[in-house]
Design a protein around this ligand. Structure first.
Ligand SMILES: C[S@@+](CC[C@H](N)C(=O)[O-])C[C@H]1O[C@@H](n2cnc3c(N)ncnc32)[C@H](O)[C@@H]1O
Length: 205
């Protein structure tokens, strides 16, 4: 009920000043593992969807073209500042992941870290990622997921009513989501808390 795009814009604007203190160290290793699963080439066009404060930026190659987008203006400002502090030329824009303002087949890599479990309609977010990704593209996902082979328990679904309102959904399943959008998963690595957090690299079928 609470998980709407308007609520996410508001709450992430409130979380923005505290975000790095909570997420920078905790997710450093998972995000590096996820980004290492991508095959990088100079000149690639890369899109960060729901980029937050730009914590992925330090771990990206310097010889690629980077676009970073987020729903929250406060996050966008911080991502811009981080790019400047790192001396990186990043195109930063406020944008809804469910309606990306880019043409079809525009990117070589789309990075979705800790956003699929946050946005109200992840299937739409993944469909948008597929649309803007070229046929040889790579989708880099790092997030928390329910196991693919069985649905969330009643306890987990009950707890989810709270976690999805203030933080994140804990019942989403990666494989149905990605395969349903026309991706094949090439790498799937547990990165934190057992298999709760996973780093996936997928390509369009
Ligand atoms: C948990 S943070 C992850 C930030 C960053 N990707 C990271 O790995 O640190 C989720 C981010 O998704 C953004 N977000 C939520 N819904 C969104 C949407 N519909 N479109 C774009 N960004 C969204 C939030 O503003 C927030 O910055």
């Amino acid at each position: 009920m609470f998980n709407t795009t308007a609520w996410n814009r508001l709450r992430y604007s409130l979380y923005a000043p505290l975000y790095d203190a909570v997420a920078e160290r905790a997710f450093r290793r998972p995000r590096r593992i996820a980004l290492d699963q991508v095959t990088w080439h100079p000149g690639m066009r890369v899109l960060l969807v729901g980029a937050g404060t730009g914590l992925d930026l330090p771990w990206l190659p310097r010889d690629v073209e980077i676009h970073a987008t987020d729903l929250s203006p406060a996050m966008v400002r911080r991502a811009q500042r981080r790019a400047e502090a790192l001396g990186m030329d990043v195109q930063v824009a406020e944008m809804d992941a469910e309606a990306l303002a880019y043409p079809d087949d525009h990117f070589d890599v789309v990075v979705m870290h800790l956003i699929l479990a946050v946005m109200p309609d992840p299937a739409r977010g993944i469909a948008e990622a597929r649309r803007v990704l070229g046929d040889d593209g790579q989708l880099c996902v790092m997030d928390k997921f329910q196991a693919d082979d069985y649905p969330a328990s009643v306890t987990r679904r009950t707890l989810n009513a709270l976690t999805s309102a203030i933080a994140t959904d804990i019942t989403r399943q990666a494989r149905p989501l990605l395969e349903g959008a026309g991706f094949t998963i090439e790498q799937d690595t547990p990165v934190m808390m057992g298999r709760l957090f996973r780093a996936l690299m997928a390509r369009p079928i």
